[in-house]
Write a protein that binds this ligand. Structure first.
Ligand code: SME
Length: 160
């Protein structure tokens, strides 16, 4: 597959359903993790036009920046720090409607107003996180969480 083909006229949920199918096609025959994370965040951002979509990978006691699409970002985030570190610590997804109201939020870009973070598991452990930021307040809801989790599950299957 060489191109993401999803109409911009679809609803958010319809776009996500197509996106999950196309990410599956993109990564199912490729074993290289960096290649798969790179194409996955590119596909998400291309379809939804978010400000920033990317991955942080757990390395020792920090999250380290991985493949992403969007403005340059902080390279290292400590356990429990910011939205990403909190998602790692609590092993759960976090939706933030207004980043200024999240205690300890790490502002990589002043344009970021809302955020969703989904942990990626390898067995019981957090392997990394998927982080998506947007320029508008309250962009992310349970629809984003449901389908971004499905995309993360496709990646988790490749980690076993
Ligand atoms: N805002 C995140 C940091 C990562 S950037 O948004 C890309 C946080 O608070 O963890």
């Amino acid at each position: 597959m060489e191109e993401i083909k999803i109409s911009q006229n679809l609803s958010k949920e319809e776009k996500y359903i197509e996106l999950v199918n196309q990410v599956n096609l993109l990564i199912k025959h490729e074993t290289d993790l960096i290649a798969n994370l790179s194409n996955t965040c590119s596909a998400i951002n291309e379809v939804h036009n978010f400000l920033w979509t990317g991955f942080y990978i757990v390395k020792e006691d920090e999250l380290v920046l991985g493949p992403f699409q969007g403005p340059v970002a902080c390279t290292r985030i400590g356990f429990g720090r910011g939205v990403c570190g909190k998602s790692w610590e609590e092993k759960r997804s976090i939706i933030v409607d207004d980043v200024e109201k999240f205690p300890g939020h790490i502002a990589c870009s002043s344009k970021s107003k809302s955020e969703i973070v989904i942990p990626i598991f390898r067995g019981e452990d957090v392997f990394g996180i998927l982080d998506v930021d947007d320029t508008r307040y309250g962009t992310f809801d349970e629809v984003d969480e449901k389908y971004l989790k499905k995309i993360v599950e496709l990646i988790e299957k490749k980690l076993i």
